[in-house]
Unconditional design. Structure first.
Length: 99
């Protein structure tokens, strides 16, 4: 499930960036990208919880250390990519006020 949610988060993020580049309203796509990123993290946490309940220590020891780094990295990238249009818009508005 977390893979599906992660792919949806990536697609929503690219739609966000595309909508910004063509000067359309991108805020819904941004919210969807960030929301699906959060849902991906929750789904991954649920998977780990199931492994703990099943006492599957092999799965925990094999997957969790690598996934922790990947999830941190991908979450930070998702946040940065999704807020990029907001930051660029703020920067262009600041330039327009100076001119």
């Amino acid at each position: 499930m977390w893979v599906i949610l992660g792919v949806i988060a990536i697609v929503a993020t690219f739609i966000n960036l595309y909508l910004y580049s063509v000067k359309k309203d991108y805020k819904l796509a941004m919210a969807l990208g960030l929301s699906f990123t959060a849902l991906t993290l929750c789904a991954e946490y649920s998977l780990v919880s199931m492994w703990v309940d099943a006492e599957d220590l092999a799965a925990l020891m094999d997957v969790v250390p690598g996934m922790e780094r990947a999830l941190w990295f991908l979450t930070i990238v998702s946040i940065l990519l999704n807020i990029t249009p907001v930051l660029l818009e703020m920067r262009s508005n600041k330039r327009m006020k100076k001119a």
